[in-house]
Design a protein around this ligand. Structure first.
Ligand SMILES: Nc1nc2c(ncn2[C@@H]2O[C@H](COP(=O)(O)OP(=O)(O)OP(=O)(O)O)[C@@H](O)[C@H]2O)c(=O)[nH]1
Ligand SMILES: [Mg+2]
Length: 220
C-alpha cells in the first residue's frame, strides 16, 4: 500500500505560496508584518490608531483575516487605508494562498508597508509562514503575564512584542507583571523588541511607530 504524507503536502503548498509572497513583496520593495494574538487583544485598534497617527508619513495597507465578517476591514477603511478582508470560514489561521490573493488585491504600488492581521489565536497562526518579513505578537495586560511561558512558540518567533492595554495597569485593575513578561519573552527570544503600548490612550505608541517607519526606510 502506498503511503501518502498529506500533512507534508499541505505544508509544502503553503510554503510555496509563502515563497511567492516573499518574492512579490521583495520585488515591490514593501515590508510586510504579520500580527498575531488572542482574540480581542487590540490588533485592529492598534492598526487603526497607527494608520491615523502616521497619516501623511507612512502608507499602510492591511490584509484582515477573520473566521467571519468584514468588521475589521471596515474599521481599517474608515481610517482611510486600503484593506482586503479574508474569511477563513472556520480555519484558525490565514494561509499563504489567502495572503497571496490579498496582496494581489491591495494597491501595493501606493503603499509603504503591508500589515496582516491574522485570525485571533495565539497558537495556529504561529505555525504558518505567509511570506512576511516578521511576526508581531500582541499581548494585552488583561490576558495575564503567564502567556509567554504557556504559548512560547509565537513569542520565540516574533520580531516584536506589543504589550497592549497598559492603561488598564493604572489603579490595579488587572494583575500583570510587565517585568516578568519582559524577562520571559527575552528568555525565549533574546532579540525581541518589546513595546508596552495603549492603543486607547496612545501611550508608548511612538516607539512602535519609530520601529515601523525604520522598517519601511530599510526596504525603500
Ligand atoms: N482599555 C483598552 N482597551 C483596548 C485597547 N486596545 C483595544 N482595546 C479594546 O479591546 C477590544 C478588542 O479590540 P480589537 O482591536 O477589536 O481586538 P482584536 O485583537 O483586533 O480582536 P479580534 O480581531 O477579534 O481578534 C475593543 O473593545 C477595544 O476598544 C487599549 O489599549 N486599552
Ligand atoms: Mg481585529
Amino acid at each position: 500500500m502506498t503511503k501518502v504524507d498529506v500533512g507534508k503536502k499541505v505544508l509544502s503548498a503553503n510554503e510555496a505560496y509563502a515563497q511567492k509572497n516573499s518574492q512579490l513583496l521583495a520585488q515591490q520593495g514593501k515590508p510586510c508584518f504579520n500580527l498575531i494574538s488572542s482574540p480581542g487583544s487590540g490588533k485592529t485598534t492598534i492598526l487603526v490608531r497607527t494608520i491615523t497617527d502616521l497619516a501623511g508619513a507612512l502608507r499602510l495597507g492591511v490584509i484582515e483575516g477573520d473566521i467571519q465578517t468584514d468588521i475589521d476591514a471596515q474599521r481599517i477603511r474608515a481610517a482611510h487605508a486600503p484593506a482586503v478582508q479574508i474569511n477563513t470560514e472556520g480555519a484558525c489561521h490565514l494561509s499563504a494562498t489567502q495572503v497571496h490573493r490579498g496582496l494581489t488585491e491591495l494597491p501595493l504600488d501606493q503603499l509603504d508597508i503591508v500589515l496582516i492581521e491574522n485570525v485571533g489565536n495565539l497558537v495556529c497562526p504561529s505555525a504558518f509562514e505567509l511570506g512576511e518579513d516578521g511576526k508581531i505578537v500582541v499581548l494585552s495586560v488583561a490576558e495575564g503575564d503567564d502567556k509567554p511561558a504557556k504559548y512560547p512558540a509565537i513569542f520565540a518567533k516574533s520580531k516584536v512584542l506589543l504589550v497592549n492595554k497598559i492603561d488598564l495597569l493604572q489603579g490595579g485593575l488587572v494583575d500583570f507583571d510587565l517585568e516578568h513578561v519582559r524577562s520571559e519573552a527575552r528568555r525565549l527570544n533574546p532579540g525581541i523588541e518589546i513595546f508596552p503600548v495603549s492603543a486607547r490612550t496612545g501611550a508608548g505608541m511612538q516607539n512602535w511607530y519609530d520601529w515601523l517607519v525604520a522598517q519601511a526606510r530599510r526596504s525603500g
